[in-house]
Ligand binder design. Structure first.
Ligand code: F6P
Length: 372
Protein backbone atom coordinates (compact mmCIF):
# COMPACT_ATOMS: atom_id res chain seq x y z
CA UNK A 1 0.00 0.00 0.00
CA UNK A 2 1.30 3.49 -0.86
CA UNK A 3 2.49 5.41 2.24
CA UNK A 4 0.64 8.45 3.53
CA UNK A 5 2.71 11.48 2.55
CA UNK A 6 2.42 14.74 4.45
CA UNK A 7 5.66 16.50 3.79
CA UNK A 8 8.44 16.19 1.24
CA UNK A 9 11.72 18.02 0.73
CA UNK A 10 13.41 18.99 -2.51
CA UNK A 11 17.10 19.61 -3.07
CA UNK A 12 19.06 20.78 -6.12
CA UNK A 13 22.58 19.35 -5.79
CA UNK A 14 25.73 20.08 -7.80
CA UNK A 15 26.19 22.85 -10.36
CA UNK A 16 23.12 24.58 -11.72
CA UNK A 17 21.52 23.67 -15.05
CA UNK A 18 18.82 25.50 -17.00
CA UNK A 19 15.50 23.95 -16.02
CA UNK A 20 16.12 23.55 -12.28
CA UNK A 21 13.43 26.10 -11.40
CA UNK A 22 10.99 24.41 -13.76
CA UNK A 23 11.45 21.12 -11.87
CA UNK A 24 11.04 22.85 -8.50
CA UNK A 25 7.83 24.53 -9.63
CA UNK A 26 6.40 21.30 -11.05
CA UNK A 27 7.24 19.43 -7.83
CA UNK A 28 5.64 22.11 -5.67
CA UNK A 29 2.46 22.39 -7.73
CA UNK A 30 2.02 18.63 -8.11
CA UNK A 31 2.62 18.18 -4.36
CA UNK A 32 0.22 20.94 -3.38
CA UNK A 33 -2.49 19.31 -5.48
CA UNK A 34 -2.02 16.26 -3.28
CA UNK A 35 -2.16 18.37 -0.12
CA UNK A 36 1.52 17.89 0.77
CA UNK A 37 3.83 20.31 2.47
CA UNK A 38 7.06 21.05 0.53
CA UNK A 39 10.36 22.13 2.05
CA UNK A 40 13.04 23.52 -0.23
CA UNK A 41 16.58 22.64 0.83
CA UNK A 42 18.88 25.55 0.15
CA UNK A 43 22.46 25.12 -1.14
CA UNK A 44 22.25 21.49 -2.16
CA UNK A 45 22.68 18.80 0.47
CA UNK A 46 24.24 21.34 2.81
CA UNK A 47 20.73 22.46 3.76
CA UNK A 48 19.94 19.01 5.16
CA UNK A 49 22.58 19.59 7.83
CA UNK A 50 21.34 23.01 8.75
CA UNK A 51 17.55 23.30 9.14
CA UNK A 52 17.90 27.10 8.93
CA UNK A 53 18.58 26.56 5.23
CA UNK A 54 15.14 24.99 4.72
CA UNK A 55 12.40 27.10 3.20
CA UNK A 56 8.71 26.44 2.98
CA UNK A 57 7.64 26.33 -0.67
CA UNK A 58 4.10 27.16 -1.70
CA UNK A 59 2.39 28.16 -4.93
CA UNK A 60 3.39 31.78 -4.37
CA UNK A 61 7.08 31.00 -3.97
CA UNK A 62 7.27 29.24 -7.35
CA UNK A 63 5.20 31.71 -9.33
CA UNK A 64 6.74 32.76 -12.67
CA UNK A 65 10.01 30.81 -12.38
CA UNK A 66 9.71 28.19 -15.14
CA UNK A 67 11.64 30.28 -17.66
CA UNK A 68 14.32 31.44 -15.21
CA UNK A 69 17.86 30.07 -15.16
CA UNK A 70 19.78 29.37 -11.94
CA UNK A 71 17.92 27.94 -8.96
CA UNK A 72 15.69 29.63 -6.39
CA UNK A 73 17.22 27.15 -3.93
CA UNK A 74 20.80 28.08 -4.78
CA UNK A 75 23.35 25.58 -6.06
CA UNK A 76 26.67 24.23 -4.86
CA UNK A 77 28.88 21.33 -5.81
CA UNK A 78 30.67 21.52 -2.47
CA UNK A 79 28.25 20.09 0.12
CA UNK A 80 28.63 16.32 0.37
CA UNK A 81 27.36 15.17 3.81
CA UNK A 82 29.12 11.84 3.32
CA UNK A 83 32.49 13.53 2.95
CA UNK A 84 32.31 16.75 4.91
CA UNK A 85 35.56 18.71 5.38
CA UNK A 86 36.17 19.88 8.94
CA UNK A 87 39.02 22.18 9.89
CA UNK A 88 40.90 20.95 12.96
CA UNK A 89 42.41 23.41 15.49
CA UNK A 90 45.80 22.52 13.97
CA UNK A 91 44.59 23.97 10.68
CA UNK A 92 44.52 20.52 9.08
CA UNK A 93 41.34 19.48 7.28
CA UNK A 94 39.77 16.12 8.03
CA UNK A 95 36.84 14.45 6.26
CA UNK A 96 33.84 13.25 8.29
CA UNK A 97 30.64 11.40 7.41
CA UNK A 98 27.63 13.46 8.55
CA UNK A 99 24.93 11.23 7.06
CA UNK A 100 23.58 10.30 10.52
CA UNK A 101 22.84 14.00 11.15
CA UNK A 102 21.01 14.22 7.83
CA UNK A 103 18.79 11.29 8.80
CA UNK A 104 18.13 12.71 12.26
CA UNK A 105 17.12 16.11 10.85
CA UNK A 106 14.99 14.45 8.22
CA UNK A 107 12.98 12.44 10.73
CA UNK A 108 12.80 15.24 13.27
CA UNK A 109 11.27 17.51 10.64
CA UNK A 110 8.70 14.88 9.71
CA UNK A 111 9.83 14.66 6.08
CA UNK A 112 8.43 11.60 4.32
CA UNK A 113 10.51 11.69 1.14
CA UNK A 114 13.29 13.62 -0.56
CA UNK A 115 13.27 14.56 -4.23
CA UNK A 116 16.93 15.01 -5.12
CA UNK A 117 17.69 16.83 -8.36
CA UNK A 118 21.26 16.42 -9.52
CA UNK A 119 23.99 14.91 -11.66
CA UNK A 120 26.27 11.95 -11.05
CA UNK A 121 27.71 13.21 -7.74
CA UNK A 122 24.29 14.08 -6.35
CA UNK A 123 22.80 10.74 -7.43
CA UNK A 124 25.67 8.94 -5.66
CA UNK A 125 24.87 10.82 -2.44
CA UNK A 126 21.13 10.19 -2.92
CA UNK A 127 21.77 6.48 -3.38
CA UNK A 128 23.86 6.25 -0.20
CA UNK A 129 21.28 8.19 1.83
CA UNK A 130 18.66 5.80 0.41
CA UNK A 131 20.72 2.82 1.58
CA UNK A 132 20.78 4.38 5.04
CA UNK A 133 16.99 4.48 5.10
CA UNK A 134 16.10 7.88 3.65
CA UNK A 135 13.25 7.60 1.10
CA UNK A 136 14.65 9.34 -1.98
CA UNK A 137 13.67 9.84 -5.61
CA UNK A 138 16.23 11.32 -8.02
CA UNK A 139 15.75 13.70 -10.95
CA UNK A 140 18.55 13.72 -13.57
CA UNK A 141 20.09 17.13 -14.16
CA UNK A 142 23.24 18.14 -15.97
CA UNK A 143 24.21 20.05 -19.08
CA UNK A 144 26.82 17.30 -19.66
CA UNK A 145 24.12 14.68 -20.43
CA UNK A 146 26.39 12.02 -18.94
CA UNK A 147 23.96 10.29 -16.56
CA UNK A 148 23.17 6.70 -17.50
CA UNK A 149 19.64 5.31 -17.43
CA UNK A 150 18.01 8.29 -19.13
CA UNK A 151 17.95 9.24 -22.80
CA UNK A 152 18.59 12.86 -21.82
CA UNK A 153 19.13 15.07 -18.80
CA UNK A 154 17.50 18.47 -18.61
CA UNK A 155 19.89 21.37 -19.19
CA UNK A 156 21.65 19.65 -22.07
CA UNK A 157 19.40 21.02 -24.79
CA UNK A 158 19.88 24.59 -23.59
CA UNK A 159 23.66 24.22 -23.38
CA UNK A 160 23.75 22.85 -26.93
CA UNK A 161 21.58 25.73 -28.18
CA UNK A 162 23.78 28.38 -26.51
CA UNK A 163 26.94 26.77 -27.88
CA UNK A 164 25.40 26.46 -31.34
CA UNK A 165 24.52 30.13 -31.43
CA UNK A 166 28.03 31.08 -30.30
CA UNK A 167 29.65 28.94 -33.00
CA UNK A 168 27.25 30.34 -35.63
CA UNK A 169 28.48 33.80 -34.69
CA UNK A 170 32.13 32.78 -34.91
CA UNK A 171 31.71 31.63 -38.51
CA UNK A 172 31.39 35.11 -39.97
CA UNK A 173 34.32 36.63 -38.11
CA UNK A 174 36.47 33.53 -38.74
CA UNK A 175 35.72 33.77 -42.45
CA UNK A 176 36.28 37.54 -42.64
CA UNK A 177 39.71 37.25 -40.99
CA UNK A 178 40.63 33.88 -42.50
CA UNK A 179 41.33 32.52 -39.06
CA UNK A 180 40.98 29.19 -37.33
CA UNK A 181 38.83 29.28 -34.21
CA UNK A 182 38.92 26.65 -31.52
CA UNK A 183 35.87 26.71 -29.26
CA UNK A 184 36.22 24.94 -25.92
CA UNK A 185 32.90 23.61 -24.64
CA UNK A 186 31.89 22.04 -21.32
CA UNK A 187 30.84 18.44 -20.81
CA UNK A 188 33.53 17.03 -18.49
CA UNK A 189 34.37 13.46 -19.53
CA UNK A 190 31.60 13.25 -22.14
CA UNK A 191 31.53 14.81 -25.60
CA UNK A 192 27.76 15.19 -25.93
CA UNK A 193 27.65 19.01 -25.92
CA UNK A 194 30.60 19.33 -28.31
CA UNK A 195 29.27 16.71 -30.70
CA UNK A 196 25.73 18.07 -30.85
CA UNK A 197 26.66 21.76 -30.98
CA UNK A 198 29.44 21.03 -33.48
CA UNK A 199 27.07 19.23 -35.84
CA UNK A 200 24.30 21.82 -35.37
CA UNK A 201 26.67 24.71 -36.12
CA UNK A 202 28.50 22.84 -38.93
CA UNK A 203 31.94 22.80 -37.34
CA UNK A 204 34.75 21.42 -39.49
CA UNK A 205 36.44 19.47 -36.72
CA UNK A 206 35.02 18.17 -33.40
CA UNK A 207 37.28 16.78 -30.70
CA UNK A 208 35.60 14.77 -27.93
CA UNK A 209 37.01 12.83 -24.96
CA UNK A 210 35.74 9.54 -26.37
CA UNK A 211 38.02 9.84 -29.44
CA UNK A 212 41.62 10.81 -28.55
CA UNK A 213 42.82 13.07 -31.33
CA UNK A 214 45.82 13.23 -33.62
CA UNK A 215 46.84 16.89 -34.09
CA UNK A 216 48.25 16.01 -37.52
CA UNK A 217 44.82 14.81 -38.65
CA UNK A 218 43.32 18.09 -37.34
CA UNK A 219 45.87 20.18 -39.25
CA UNK A 220 45.48 18.12 -42.43
CA UNK A 221 41.75 18.84 -42.41
CA UNK A 222 42.43 22.57 -42.02
CA UNK A 223 44.93 22.54 -44.89
CA UNK A 224 42.55 20.53 -47.08
CA UNK A 225 39.98 23.25 -46.60
CA UNK A 226 42.65 25.84 -47.37
CA UNK A 227 43.39 24.08 -50.65
CA UNK A 228 39.69 24.22 -51.49
CA UNK A 229 39.65 27.98 -50.94
CA UNK A 230 38.04 27.74 -47.48
CA UNK A 231 40.49 29.92 -45.58
CA UNK A 232 38.90 29.54 -42.15
CA UNK A 233 38.02 26.58 -39.94
CA UNK A 234 35.99 26.01 -36.80
CA UNK A 235 37.31 23.42 -34.36
CA UNK A 236 34.99 22.47 -31.51
CA UNK A 237 36.98 21.09 -28.58
CA UNK A 238 35.27 19.40 -25.64
CA UNK A 239 36.95 20.43 -22.38
CA UNK A 240 37.76 16.75 -21.75
CA UNK A 241 39.32 16.13 -25.18
CA UNK A 242 42.87 14.79 -25.16
CA UNK A 243 45.49 13.83 -27.74
CA UNK A 244 46.29 10.18 -28.45
CA UNK A 245 48.54 9.03 -25.63
CA UNK A 246 47.98 12.30 -23.73
CA UNK A 247 45.99 13.39 -20.69
CA UNK A 248 43.01 15.64 -20.11
CA UNK A 249 43.97 19.23 -19.29
CA UNK A 250 43.01 20.64 -15.90
CA UNK A 251 43.14 24.32 -14.93
CA UNK A 252 45.10 23.24 -11.87
CA UNK A 253 45.32 20.16 -9.71
CA UNK A 254 43.33 21.62 -6.79
CA UNK A 255 40.03 19.87 -6.15
CA UNK A 256 37.51 22.61 -5.43
CA UNK A 257 34.13 21.13 -4.63
CA UNK A 258 33.64 17.57 -5.74
CA UNK A 259 36.05 17.56 -8.72
CA UNK A 260 39.01 19.41 -10.16
CA UNK A 261 38.39 21.90 -12.96
CA UNK A 262 38.96 20.95 -16.57
CA UNK A 263 40.10 23.66 -18.96
CA UNK A 264 42.88 24.69 -21.30
CA UNK A 265 42.75 22.13 -24.10
CA UNK A 266 41.18 24.60 -26.56
CA UNK A 267 44.11 27.00 -26.19
CA UNK A 268 46.63 24.16 -26.52
CA UNK A 269 45.02 22.95 -29.74
CA UNK A 270 44.94 26.51 -31.12
CA UNK A 271 48.67 26.99 -30.43
CA UNK A 272 49.56 23.69 -32.09
CA UNK A 273 47.44 24.50 -35.14
CA UNK A 274 49.16 27.88 -35.48
CA UNK A 275 52.62 26.32 -35.21
CA UNK A 276 51.91 23.56 -37.68
CA UNK A 277 49.80 25.31 -40.32
CA UNK A 278 51.04 28.89 -40.01
CA UNK A 279 47.41 30.02 -39.89
CA UNK A 280 46.30 32.42 -37.18
CA UNK A 281 44.31 30.47 -34.57
CA UNK A 282 42.20 31.98 -31.78
CA UNK A 283 40.50 30.22 -28.92
CA UNK A 284 37.14 30.91 -27.30
CA UNK A 285 36.18 29.31 -23.98
CA UNK A 286 32.40 29.45 -23.75
CA UNK A 287 32.38 28.38 -20.08
CA UNK A 288 29.44 29.01 -17.81
CA UNK A 289 27.44 30.82 -20.49
CA UNK A 290 26.39 27.27 -21.38
CA UNK A 291 24.73 26.92 -18.00
CA UNK A 292 23.30 30.39 -17.49
CA UNK A 293 20.07 31.98 -18.61
CA UNK A 294 16.68 30.69 -19.64
CA UNK A 295 16.10 27.02 -20.34
CA UNK A 296 15.04 26.06 -23.87
CA UNK A 297 11.41 25.08 -24.44
CA UNK A 298 12.48 21.43 -24.62
CA UNK A 299 14.29 21.63 -21.26
CA UNK A 300 11.33 23.40 -19.66
CA UNK A 301 9.00 20.61 -20.75
CA UNK A 302 11.40 17.81 -19.78
CA UNK A 303 12.08 19.42 -16.42
CA UNK A 304 8.38 19.72 -15.63
CA UNK A 305 7.71 16.16 -16.78
CA UNK A 306 10.52 14.95 -14.48
CA UNK A 307 9.20 17.00 -11.56
CA UNK A 308 5.62 15.78 -11.91
CA UNK A 309 6.80 12.20 -12.43
CA UNK A 310 8.98 12.33 -9.29
CA UNK A 311 5.98 13.44 -7.22
CA UNK A 312 3.89 10.61 -8.66
CA UNK A 313 6.66 8.12 -7.82
CA UNK A 314 6.73 9.39 -4.21
CA UNK A 315 2.92 9.10 -4.05
CA UNK A 316 3.11 5.52 -5.32
CA UNK A 317 5.68 4.60 -2.68
CA UNK A 318 8.66 4.40 -5.07
CA UNK A 319 12.06 4.77 -3.35
CA UNK A 320 15.71 4.59 -4.35
CA UNK A 321 14.96 5.34 -7.99
CA UNK A 322 15.60 8.11 -10.51
CA UNK A 323 13.03 9.31 -12.99
CA UNK A 324 14.33 8.98 -16.54
CA UNK A 325 13.40 9.85 -20.09
CA UNK A 326 12.72 6.80 -22.24
CA UNK A 327 11.00 8.48 -25.18
CA UNK A 328 8.14 8.92 -25.38
CA UNK A 329 7.70 7.89 -21.73
CA UNK A 330 9.12 8.89 -18.38
CA UNK A 331 10.12 5.77 -16.47
CA UNK A 332 12.16 5.05 -13.33
CA UNK A 333 15.53 3.34 -12.97
CA UNK A 334 17.13 2.13 -9.72
CA UNK A 335 19.64 4.67 -8.38
CA UNK A 336 22.02 1.74 -7.92
CA UNK A 337 22.11 1.36 -11.73
CA UNK A 338 23.05 4.96 -12.50
CA UNK A 339 25.85 5.60 -10.04
CA UNK A 340 29.57 5.13 -10.57
CA UNK A 341 29.25 5.08 -14.34
CA UNK A 342 28.95 7.72 -17.01
CA UNK A 343 26.97 7.81 -20.20
CA UNK A 344 29.62 8.59 -22.81
CA UNK A 345 29.12 9.04 -26.55
CA UNK A 346 29.07 5.53 -28.07
CA UNK A 347 31.55 5.41 -30.93
CA UNK A 348 29.17 3.46 -33.13
CA UNK A 349 26.17 5.73 -32.58
CA UNK A 350 24.26 7.28 -35.42
CA UNK A 351 25.35 10.81 -34.46
CA UNK A 352 29.06 9.92 -34.80
CA UNK A 353 28.36 8.20 -38.11
CA UNK A 354 26.44 11.25 -39.29
CA UNK A 355 29.30 13.57 -38.37
CA UNK A 356 31.78 11.45 -40.31
CA UNK A 357 29.45 11.02 -43.26
CA UNK A 358 29.02 14.76 -43.71
CA UNK A 359 32.77 15.26 -43.66
CA UNK A 360 33.37 16.48 -40.09
CA UNK A 361 36.83 15.46 -38.89
CA UNK A 362 36.73 13.86 -35.43
CA UNK A 363 40.50 14.08 -35.07
CA UNK A 364 41.25 10.44 -35.70
CA UNK A 365 42.28 10.07 -39.38
CA UNK A 366 39.12 8.05 -40.00
CA UNK A 367 38.62 9.54 -43.45
CA UNK A 368 42.20 8.81 -44.49
CA UNK A 369 41.84 5.18 -43.46
CA UNK A 370 38.92 5.03 -45.86
CA UNK A 371 36.82 3.19 -43.33
CA UNK A 372 33.43 4.35 -44.48
O1 F6P B 1 28.93 19.33 -14.76
C1 F6P B 1 28.54 20.55 -15.29
C2 F6P B 1 29.73 21.41 -15.55
O2 F6P B 1 29.29 22.63 -16.10
C3 F6P B 1 30.82 20.80 -16.42
O3 F6P B 1 30.49 20.80 -17.78
C4 F6P B 1 32.01 21.62 -16.04
O4 F6P B 1 33.22 20.93 -16.23
C5 F6P B 1 31.78 21.86 -14.58
O5 F6P B 1 30.40 21.70 -14.33
C6 F6P B 1 32.18 23.24 -14.13
O6 F6P B 1 31.97 23.32 -12.76
P1 F6P B 1 32.11 24.66 -11.91
O7 F6P B 1 30.78 25.35 -12.00
O8 F6P B 1 32.42 24.18 -10.56
O9 F6P B 1 33.17 25.49 -12.55
Amino acid sequence: MAPRIRRIAITTGGGDAPGLNAVVRAVVLASKRRGWDVLGVRRGYEGLLDPEKLVQLDRESVRGITHLGGSILGATNKGNPLRWPVKLPSGEVTIVDRSAEVLTNFHRLGIDALIAIGGDGSMRIAHRLGELGLPVVGVPKTIDNDLPGTALTFGFDTAVSVATEAIDRLHSTAEAHERVFTVELMGRYAGWIALHAGIAATADIILIPEIPFDIDAVCRKIMEREALGRHFSIVVVAEGARPIGGEMVFQDSTVRGRESRLGGIGEQVARQIEERTGKEARNLVLGHLQRGGSPSAFDRVTAQRFGAAAVQVVADGGRGVMVALDPPEIKTVPLADVIDKLSLVPLDCDTIKTARDIGICLGDSWEERGVW
